[in-house]
Design a protein around this ligand. Structure first.
Ligand SMILES: Cc1ncc(C[n+]2csc(CCOP(=O)(O)OP(=O)(O)O)c2C)c(N)n1
Ligand SMILES: [Mg+2]
Length: 579
């Protein structure tokens, strides 16, 4: 029973009526649906709401900037399959949270951005209210669904719609607009209680058609050089056992996308991560499981994919995803868990082994590449290069496979993705579909809160700057987060110069910055590490102690390359080339 229900201190018993209000109905509706954590920033009109939610047992995590709270909510959605909730104030707070809502939608993470808003009558007449903005209209194109609740009696239905929209089908971001007046609206407590909705089966299974399953398996069976690509949709599905069983039964090499890593360990004999360019070029049948043929897979065509003719099989919950970039010869539409289970069953007991010459060609390439890399990962150079520093972190994750790994940057991202092996599903979380900077601290906080595991954050010095103030939040909530900043004095590298004046070049930062001092201001542990050995000691100490720690890893400013691995996406100026 909600503590929300209040008694009016009426003089006589027959005029006494139990009441509730908007504040408490929202809290009760969230709790009824198992949404027990809110990530946000307080202010008008939601300050008291946050206090009351905390008093009622909801975990309310208060951030320093809404974008970080929003990223936290988005990744909470990915990790739990329940919508992550972000709470913001009107207009500017809402806009700060909106980037994360759009990010959630693009990445197919379920999230609800709940924002307080100003008075409709004034906003609609554009009379200049405090933080006036037509938030619903602005949110709409950037999310999967957007709703506004005007009456307390509709709070239950409003939240139910938001939850369903966020998690059913392809998950995404949902906006829920709650005008200030709604919070204080009073109604009869019993009627309020009845108005709440517990969402039943919020993300119903979507069973694939048996014909589609058969077609896909026929194509896979016909392949001479098959490949399976596991995307983050496969990780989201939490169908880990079925996916592993299917991949192993097929015997086919698999390539994990960044956040699909760990569904099967990167050290699995079928893993083709270290032979990526070979398998993309040479394969003849490619089965995509929860992975889209977007820019991250070069749209399924062009140089990356070589000249060998390819047939694509695609498993996805969203029918519109099929044929988005190239022809899909065997579309399988349904939720990943149902689709993979259906395929496992349909494969029967005597599925043929994968072609031996293909398997040995892939294994050979993988071993060559791993051997080439090995000595570079063992260097103890000071200042460090990426390989020396990442070699250490790779070993640490091998020894602590259930730790969460957060990763952003350019070189810091691209190289860490390839070098640090992941052993369990949903352990690696990173910049996602857009390749955005700024997810770091929000993801780290949500990862610690949602999983209870230690978190290792591997951050470029630029990437860290986008959310750096949240180290205070990490210290305030005493979260077991160890942040390692790959400090190469800038964006991509720290060596650029300005050929025309005094100002520093646009890509460089203050040389020799000591990011470790930042966390000391809030009572955390700061370490300046100048060699792989020092880095190793510091990270192990942080992971053992669980104390908020920030390690400034001093990298050679010349170590990185422009845009990491995606420099080819930069437009080129014919004029500057002529010079
Ligand atoms: C929101 C956002 N703004 C800007 C960028 C452009 N960008 C891509 S990587 C990057 C930073 C790379 O530098 P750093 O994090 O220090 O990594 P390094 O390559 O130096 O290891 C930036 C600013 C982006 N991806 N996202
Ligand atoms: Mg850098």
């Amino acid at each position: 029973m909600s503590a929300a229900i209040q008694s009016i201190d009426a003089k006589t018993a027959d005029t006494q009526q139990e009441l509730t209000d908007g504040f408490h109905l929202i809290i009760d509706a969230l709790k009824l649906n198992g949404l027990n954590t809110i990530y946000g920033v307080p202010g008008i009109p939601i300050t008291d709401f946050g206090r009351m939610a905390q008093a009622e047992g909801i975990r309310v995590l208060s951030f320093r900037h809404e974008q970080n709270a929003g990223y936290a909510a988005s990744i909470a959605g990915f990790l739990t399959k329940k919508p992550g909730v972000c709470l913001t104030v009107s207009a500017p707070g809402f806009l700060n949270g909106l980037t994360a809502l759009a990010h959630a939608t693009t990445n197919c993470f379920p999230m609800i951005l709940i924002s307080g808003s100003s008075e409709r009558e004034i906003v609609d007449l554009q009379q200049g209210d405090y933080e006036e903005m037509d938030q619903l209209a602005i949110a709409k194109p950037l999310c999967k669904a957007a709703f506004r609740v005007l009456h307390a009696a509709d709070i239950g239905i409003g939240l139910a719609r938001a939850i369903r929209a966020a998690v059913s089908g392809r998950p995404g971001g949902v906006y829920l607009d709650l005008p200030a007046k709604l919070f204080g609206q009073v109604m009869n407590a019993e009627a309020g209680r009845k108005s709440l909705v517990k969402v039943i089966d919020a993300a119903p299974a979507q069973i694939p058609a048996p014909d589609a399953v058969k077609r896909a398996l026929d194509v896979l069976k016909s392949a001479k050089k098959p490949l399976i690509i596991l995307g983050k949709g496969a990780a989201y599905a939490q169908a880990d056992d079925a996916i592993r069983a299917f991949v192993e039964k097929s015997g086919v090499p698999f390539l994990p996308m960044s956040m699909g890593k760990g569904l099967l360990p990167d050290t699995h004999p079928q893993c083709a991560g270290a032979a990526r360019s070979t398998v993309l070029k040479d394969s003849d049948v490619v089965m995509l499981i929860g992975a889209r043929l977007n820019w991250l897979l070069s749209h399924g065509k062009g140089k990356t994919w070589g000249d060998a003719p390819k047939q694509f099989i695609q498993i996805d919950i969203e029918p519109k995803e099929m044929d988005s970039n190239v022809e899909i010869v065997a579309p399988v539409v349904g939720d990943i868990g149902s689709c993979v289970s259906a395929m496992l069953t349909a494969m029967g007991g005597n599925w043929p082994a994968a072609p031996a010459d293909w398997m040995s060609a892939v294994a050979k390439k993988r071993e060559e590449n791993v051997a080439k890399m090995a000595p570079r990962l063992m260097n103890n150079n000071s200042p460090m290069d990426y390989h020396g520093a990442l070699g250490v972190l790779r070993t640490i994750i091998k020894e602590r496979p259930d730790a969460m790994l957060v990763n952003e940057g350019a070189n810091t991202l691209d190289l860490a993705r390839g070098i640090i092996d992941i052993y369990q599903p949903r352990k690696r979380i990173d910049v996602g579909t857009w390749g955005i900077m700024g997810i770091g601290m929000g993801y780290a906080i949500a990862a610690a809160i949602e999983t209870g595991k230690p978190v290792l954050c591997v951050e470029g010095d630029s990437a860290f700057g986008f959310s750096g103030m949240e180290v205070e939040t990490i210290c305030r909530y005493k979260l077991p987060v160890c942040i390692v900043i790959f400090n190469n004095d800038g964006i991509y590298r720290g060596t650029d110069t300005n050929s025309a004046g005094e100002d520093p070049a646009p890509t460089v930062f203050v040389k020799g910055s000591r990011y470790d001092k930042m966390i000391e201001a809030f009572g955390g542990v700061g370490v300046n590490a100048t060699s792989p050995d020092e880095l190793k000691r510091a990270v192990n100490a942080a992971m053992d102690s669980g104390k908020p720690t920030l390690i400034n890893a001093v990298l050679d400013p010349a170590a990185g390359s422009e845009s990491g691995r995606i420099g080819n996406l930069n437009p080129q100026s014919v004029l500057s080339k002529k010079k």
